[in-house]
Ligand binder design. Sequence first.
Ligand code: NAI
Length: 382
Amino acid sequence: RSIKSLTTSSSSHILRRGYASEAVPYRKVAVLGAAGGIGQPLALLMKLNPLVSSLALYDIANTPGVAADISHINTRSEVYGYSGEAELGKALEGADVVIIPAGVPRKPGMTRDDLFNINAGIVKGLCEAIAKHCPHVSMELLLEQVCLYVRVNLDGLVELYLALVNMISNPVNSTVPIAAEIFKKAGTYDPKRLFGVTTLDVVRAKTFYAGKGKVPVAGMLDMWIYYTDLVSFFGSEVNVPVVGGHAGITILPLFSQATPKANLSDAEITALTKRTQDGGTEVVEAKAGKGSATLSMAYAGAVFADACLKGLNGASDVVECSFVQSTITELPFFASKVRLGKNGVEEVLGLGPLSDYEKEGLEKLKPELQSSIEKGIKFANQ
Ligand code: NAI
C-alpha cells in the first residue's frame, strides 16, 4: 500500500548543473497570481531556471500577455498562460511545484495580519483547487483516478504527480495553516509538501548582516548557482538562519549562528534583528502605497522553488529555512532550517544553540505566532 513504492525515480536522475537539459527530469512549475507584482518577476526567474520544463502561469486576469512575453525567452521551459477560474485546473494538473503569490499586498500602516480577510479567502479557494488537481494522492483516489495522476518518467518508470506547495501570500503565519486544513478536509494533506516561503527574511538577514559585518555577500552568485558550480568553487557565502514565522517579532534571525563570523556588538545584533523584522515595512513605506516587496520577494521565491526542485531531483544536502508543520517547539507550525528531498521535507532541523537574546526573542514570538496559526485554522473550519 505504500505510495512511495510507486514513486520510484531512477538514480540516473542525478541533478546536473549546466546546460545538459536532457539529463534533467521533466518538472512542471505553476505560479498562481502570476500577473502580479511578485508573480511577473518570479515567472521570469523561473523561466531562467533550467530545472523547469513547463511553466504554468495562472491569474484571474492578464496572464496571456505575461505568458506571451516570457515565452519568447530562449530557455528550456515551455510557458503556458491560464486566466480565470475555469482554467485553474489545467494550470495545476501535473505540477511538481505550485508557487502562490496571489492576493493583496500591504499599504503603509498595515500589518500582514490586516490582509487576512481578503487573502485567506483567496488562498482557501486556490488550495481547494490544488487538492483537486494535484494532490498528494490518497490510495482511494489513486485507485479511482489512476490515469489522471500517473505519468511515466524519462526512464519509463511510474511516478505520481505530487505537488510541493510554496505559500507566499500573506499573512504566511495564517495562510499555511489554512492550506493545511483545506488539504486535510480533502484527504490530501501531506505536511512534507506544504511550505510557507520565509526565504525573503533570510535574504534580508544575509544582506544586512554582510553589510554591517563587512563579510562577502553572495548576491548574483547565488542566482547563477542554477548554471554553475562556482559557489562551491569560491567557497561559502554568507548564511543566516531565520526561524519562527513571517511577521514582525515572529521573524527571528539567528545571528549567533551566522557564517562567516563577523565581530558585531550586542547593540548591532539588536539593530540587525529589528531591521530584518521590519524589512517588509521598510519597502512598504518606500513604495508609499504602491505595494510591498516584489522584486526581492521574486528572487527569494525563485531561490526557494529552485531548492524544492533540486530536492525533488535528488540533489543532496539542500537546506533552506521554511515555515512548515513542526515539532521543534510546542507550536504546530514553525519556520526553521529544513532539509529538502525527493518527497519535500526530508527533515525539520532543530534550532541549534541560541544566544540569550535569541532565547528571549523565541519566547516573545510564541504567543503571537500561536494566535496567527489558530486564526488560520479557525477560518478554514468555519
Ligand atoms: P499584487 O497585487 O501585485 O499581485 C497579486 C496578484 O494576485 C494579482 O495579479 C491578482 O490578480 C492575483 N490574484 C488575486 N486573486 C487571485 C486568485 N483568486 N487567483 C489567482 N490570482 C489572484 O501583489 P504582490 O505584491 O504580488 O503580493 C502578493 C502577495 O504576496 C501578498 O499577499 C503579499 O503580502 C505577499 N508577500 C509575501 C512575502 C513573503 O515574504 N512571503 C513578501 C512580499 C509579499
